[in-house]
Ligand binder design. Structure first.
Ligand code: HEC
Ligand code: HEC
Ligand code: HEC
Length: 128
């Protein structure tokens, strides 16, 4: 017959081994529990409501690109009536010039790596 005791010990050892990377990182405090994007601009509002920006900024960027590239429209009017140039490098990155602490902070956490910067100019950041 099977030796239940040995099987259980075997299982415990097995689980400890496969979960090693998880508890090792946890013990060192390396597991990010949430992204913490830093807002550096003195402005109070984004180009659209914050909740919408959190979930859908990629859709807005696609829409901006289509408007500019396909329709030649370059001005975006926010809900507040304020007008913005539809530009990734100039508009978004003027307010969010800390790309590494803002965009990248979330993207690294979410495991996405937008390819936009192959062509669009990244803001120059001062390294602290
Ligand atoms: C006029 C300055 C300004 C511009 C231009 C701007 N933002 Fe923002 N953005 C802000 C501010 C201020 C906040 C924080 C608003 C708040 O606290 O409710 C914000 C919030 C956000 C958030 C939500 C972050 C979070 O976790 O709360 C995202 C995502 C974002 N912006 C992306 C963009 C993108 C993409 C663009 C260009 C399409 C852009 N922003 C253009 C000022 C700006
Ligand atoms: C609050 C967190 C957060 C912030 C801040 C943020 N993003 Fe994102 N972004 C995400 C997440 C999450 C995704 C992936 C969404 C998905 O896959 O559905 C994403 C996706 C994108 C995409 C689409 C990428 C793709 O390959 O599909 C673009 C473009 C983008 N973000 C641009 C920006 C830019 C530019 C900034 C800084 C101005 C920024 N994001 C700031 C969370 C954030
Ligand atoms: C292969 C090069 C290339 C890549 C990659 C690329 N773009 Fe563009 N994009 C362009 C060109 C060229 C224009 C037209 C510039 C103009 O007419 O001002 C443009 C225009 C835009 C515009 C409107 C004008 C401006 O200056 O911002 C937005 C917004 C935009 N792209 C967003 C994105 C986003 C978001 C991504 C990544 C998901 C991306 N692009 C990836 C080449 C690229």
């Amino acid at each position: 017959m099977y030796d239940a005791g040995k099987i259980i010990i075997g299982l415990v050892v097995f689980l400890a081994l496969v979960s090693y990377p998880i508890w090792y990182d946890a013990a060192r405090g390396d597991i990010p529990t949430s992204a913490d994007p830093k807002i550096v601009t003195a402005e109070k509002e984004c180009v659209a409501p914050t909740d919408y920006m959190k979930d859908s900024h990629m859709d807005l960027l696609n829409q901006w690109r289509d408007d500019v590239v396909r329709k030649g429209v370059r001005v975006y009017t926010a809900e507040s009536g304020r007008k913005f140039e539809m530009s990734l490098s100039h508009t978004c990155m003027d307010c969010h010039s800390n790309k590494s602490e803002f965009c990248d902070e979330c993207h690294n956490y979410a495991g996405v790596n937008p390819y936009c910067w192959d062509c669009h100019i990244e803001p120059e950041e001062v390294q602290q």
